[in-house]
Write a protein that binds this ligand. Structure first.
Ligand SMILES: NC(=O)c1ccc[n+]([C@@H]2O[C@H](COP(=O)([O-])OP(=O)(O)OC[C@H]3O[C@@H](n4cnc5c(N)ncnc54)[C@H](OP(=O)(O)O)[C@@H]3O)[C@@H](O)[C@H]2O)c1
Length: 353
């Protein structure tokens, strides 16, 4: 397990001979913010860091705190790009804007999540008809990865880092469902007047499924693009503005108990960021499932000419935890369920203009 000191030491060795370009979707708070700050400190501000979120004021404060490079350094920039990640139209338009002005991206880090607060008790749909919990935790991340992939591939072609990292709940091997992928049926069966009062089964399903779907996301993109690194990582329990999940007032005592027990394992967002940065920098290419200390739960480096195969017509393709014939610890997909998930995702996203 990398200790904090080991993670910090490995991060301190990062001194690229180019100006890294990093997109942090969710960089206006919590783990995303702290990861952006750690990268800014490590590069002494000599990086092009783009924070994406909704809160411009928070972004400005964070950016003001980044070190600024000395005169003569070129190519660096620190900026905020607004986006409501609950709207796939908005994510698409932001990505189109980035593609039109950036030549490459070295790091795409995705941490945005929501809805905040009562998320365990509330289920609903976004304006575009997506499950509230899956929209940001999964769909927006899929879209960012897909739409910005050409820029990551450009970075790789130049021999630079090229890494997509989604921060959610890696390593649990949460199985990817094969039916009701968008939780439409689950939401239909939910009892509306109990929302906010007690745990909502569809809400919990949304949160848990997002974890498995992120395994599918990284497996898909890593297998399609064997030359870049793609990671799903867990941050663990972290002191952030958005870390509270309330189970409703009926179960409030349970929440107090959890809050008490968490005291023993929770870490600061700055400490977490060292592990996140370590995972981000310590990967050349391949697929990585990592835990909250940046340790590899499982990984695989594909051959450069790997032909991704996601089919559902063989017994091997239906085995959970096996990716294109490769056993992966802590991975919740099978080739068949990933094929189903991606097919479903593409169909759903195609309907949103
Ligand atoms: N903290 C923990 O203990 C913990 C535990 C397990 C997993 N995680 C996972 O780790 C990741 C980071 O969590 P965190 O605690 O750092 O969260 P956080 O402090 O609440 O930050 C969430 C980020 O998401 C952005 N966001 C929220 N709604 C958005 C929207 N509609 N459009 C665009 N951006 C939006 C926020 O930016 P704006 O407000 O600017 O929109 C903010 O930058 C999440 O995926 C979370 O599920 C966290």
């Amino acid at each position: 397990m990398p200790t904090l000191a080991a993670a910090e030491a490995s991060n301190a060795a990062f001194a690229p001979n180019y100006v890294p370009v990093a997109i942090i979707a969710g960089g206006t708070s919590g783990v995303g913010q702290a990861t952006a700050e750690a990268l800014a400190r490590q590069t002494k501000g000599r990086a092009h860091i783009i924070l994406i979120g909704r809160n411009a004021e928070a972004a400005e404060k964070i950016i003001a705190g980044f070190p600024k490079p000395v005169n003569g350094d070129e190519g660096w920039a620190h900026e905020f790009v607004p986006c409501d990640a609950n709207s796939m139209a908005s994510v698409r338009s932001v990505c189109a804007g980035l593609r039109s002005r950036l030549k490459r991206i070295n790091f795409l880090v995705m941490t945005a999540a929501g809805p905040r607060g009562n998320s365990l008790t509330y289920c609903g749909e976004t304006n575009e008809g997506l499950d509230d919990h899956l929209s940001m935790r999964y769909f927006s991340r899929y879209l960012y990865s897909k739409e910005l992939m050409p820029l990551l591939l450009n970075a790789r072609e130049q021999g630079q880092h090229a890494h997509v990292m989604t921060v959610l709940g890696a390593g649990m091997g949460v199985k990817i469902a094969s039916s009701d992928l968008g939780l439409v049926e689950a939401r239909r069966g939910s009892i509306k007047f109990l929302q906010g009062v007690v745990l909502s089964i569809p809400a919990m399903k949304g949160i848990i499924r997002g974890v498995g779907y992120n395994d599918g996301l990284v497996a898909w993109f890593a297998a399609q693009h064997p030359n870049i690194a793609v990671t799903h990582i867990s941050p663990g329990q972290v002191h952030t503005p958005g870390n509270a999940m309330t189970p409703g007032w009926l179960l409030a005592p349970l929440a107090w108990l959890f809050a008490f027990l968490r005291i023993f394992i929770i870490i600061s967002q700055d400490e977490c960021a060292q592990y996140m940065l370590h995972a981000l920098l310590d990967a050349d290419r391949g697929l990585f499932i990592r835990d909250n200390h940046g340790d590899i739960v499982s990984s695989h480096v594909f051959s450069p000419d790997h032909k991704a195969r996601f089919v559902d017509d063989s017994p091997m393709a239906r085995k959970t935890g096996v990716l294109n014939g490769i056993p992966m610890k802590g991975y919740g997909g099978s080739d068949a369920t990933v094929a189903g998930l991606i097919d479903y995702t593409e169909r759903v996203l195609a309907e949103i203009k």
